[in-house]
Design a protein around this ligand. Structure first.
Ligand SMILES: C[S@@+](CC[C@H](N)C(=O)[O-])C[C@H]1O[C@@H](n2cnc3c(N)ncnc32)[C@H](O)[C@@H]1O
Length: 410
């Protein structure tokens, strides 16, 4: 593996294979995805680096299910832009593109429909002062030790809080949340601690942390959330003190279906929800409830991915939404700019649905495909773990992502 020293962190490179060298290994996938029907050049991208290694700087502050590896965003930015160029990520999730744009000195606009996502992204790229943050953490600790709430937080939009949290956990979480709210501190520190708090909600709940989808795993529940919050805060403080000062990255809450911007981008990185895979408002419903946001309100504006519905015919509605997104993004792209779409195909009851090929076909009057890549995930990634739960690979998303580089037609 080729590595480069970047300040104090080691950043791994993505590994790229030409199709001819690995064709036999991926033949079935190549045929089923029909990737050769729509892409003149196909590569295979992979990274053998561990999740820990890929979490350099602040990439690891939040376990956002379905985030893409940092090195994918890094490779795309390095290949298709130069320093100070403008990058857009209209479905930025936990801000992977935002941090890479910051580290690589690009300007960027990153947006998402989910307010949890925009908060995480904002915090991920905000440099903090370690001593000040530690001082506030101490104040939070003292507050939690000295005060106990009498009323448990009202968890908006969460139907059955007792199913997902022990009563003691809810008291402990309410205490931490109240401390963050009541202690006077600058907004960047408040946001840091809000993200630290939200990042441990799943860990101390009765839900499994292994998969995005909410399954009960009562054994992992913790009554006292504070030690988890404290550890998370300390880790975050360490990594956020190291990042460069942000002057060029803007984070907005907006829909990719309608986002507008005067300045056009050299590169758009678009990583939507996959058909029949995660509904982000749903898999984050515990965090959204503690954030004070009703997940049903977020859901209304999401791309229709039909999570858990399992009806192949629904793919048409997914594609309809994604065509709207891609048409809208065309207006945000410079004439010579590129749109890198990272998406996944689906298998329902044993039938492979070549979602990517179906979508690309619908936008072929507007975009040319330049090159595509199959991205092979590591077996530790959540999508792989989730697929193993399901019997004989008959259900679920494909085990690899497709990255399609589109050039807008003039
Ligand atoms: C696959 S995730 C992106 C993950 C991201 N690349 C990362 O590394 O964290 C897809 C994102 O699309 C967002 N999303 C869904 N519908 C959207 C819409 N209509 N407009 C903007 N974002 C949307 C979800 O909230 C989710 O964060």
């Amino acid at each position: 593996m080729i590595v480069q020293e970047f300040k104090k962190k080691i950043i791994p490179d993505i590994e790229i294979y030409e199709l001819g060298d690995v064709y036999e290994k991926y033949e079935e996938l190549i045929k089923k995805s029909k990737i050769l029907d729509f892409s003149p050049i196909v590569q295979v991208w992979t990274s053998s680096a561990s999740t820990k290694v890929l979490s350099y700087y602040s990439h690891g502050i939040f376990r956002y299910f379905g985030k893409f590896p940092s090195v994918v965003a890094r490779h795309l930015i390095n290949t298709y832009t130069s320093e100070n160029d403008f990058v857009i990520d209209p479905m930025c999730g936990s801000g992977t593109t935002a941090l890479e744009a910051l580290l690589l000195n690009r300007e960027a606009l990153c947006s998402d429909i989910n307010p949890l996502s925009t908060l995480i992204s904002k915090v991920k790229i905000t440099k903090i002062n370690k001593n000040i943050a530690l001082k506030y953490l101490k104040k939070i600790k003292n507050y939690v030790n000295e005060n106990t709430c009498t009323n448990i937080e009202n968890l908006i939009g969460l139907k059955n809080p007792e199913h997902w949290f022990l009563k003691e956990t809810m008291i402990s979480l309410t205490n931490i949340k109240t401390a963050i709210k009541n202690i006077d501190m600058e907004s960047i520190y408040k946001d840091l601690f809000r993200v630290a708090f939200l990042s441990i909600v799943r860990r101390v709940s009765t839900a499994t942390t292994q998969q995005g989808r909410l399954f009960l795993d009562i054994e992992t529940a913790e009554k006292d959330a504070f030690p988890f919050f404290e550890k998370k805060s300390l880790d975050m403080i360490d990594s956020l003190a190291l990042i460069p000062e942000n002057i060029n990255i803007e984070i907005k809450q907006e829909s990719a279906l309608s986002i507008k911007n005067n300045k056009k981008a050299k590169l758009i990185i678009c990583h939507p929800p996959y058909f029949n895979s995660y509904k982000y408002s749903g898999i984050n419903s515990l965090e959204l409830a503690w954030f004070g946001e009703n997940h049903a309100n977020v859901r209304k504006n999401e791309v229709r991915e039909f999570f858990k519905v399992g009806k192949p015919e629904k793919v048409d509605a997914y594609i309809e939404d994604m065509v709207k997104v891609l048409f809208n993004l065309q207006n945000l792209l410079e004439d010579e700019g590129r749109l890198a779409l990272m998406i996944g195909d689906t298998i329902i009851r044993g039938n492979y649905i070549p979602v990517t090929q179906m979508l690309i076909d619908k936008v072929s009057n507007n975009y040319d495909v330049e090159i595509s890549a199959l991205r092979i995930p590591k077996f530790t990634e959540a999508s792989w773990v989730a697929s193993q739960r399901r019997k004989s690979g008959n259900v679920g998303i494909n085990l690899c992502d497709l990255i399609v580089i589109l050039k807008k037609k003039n």
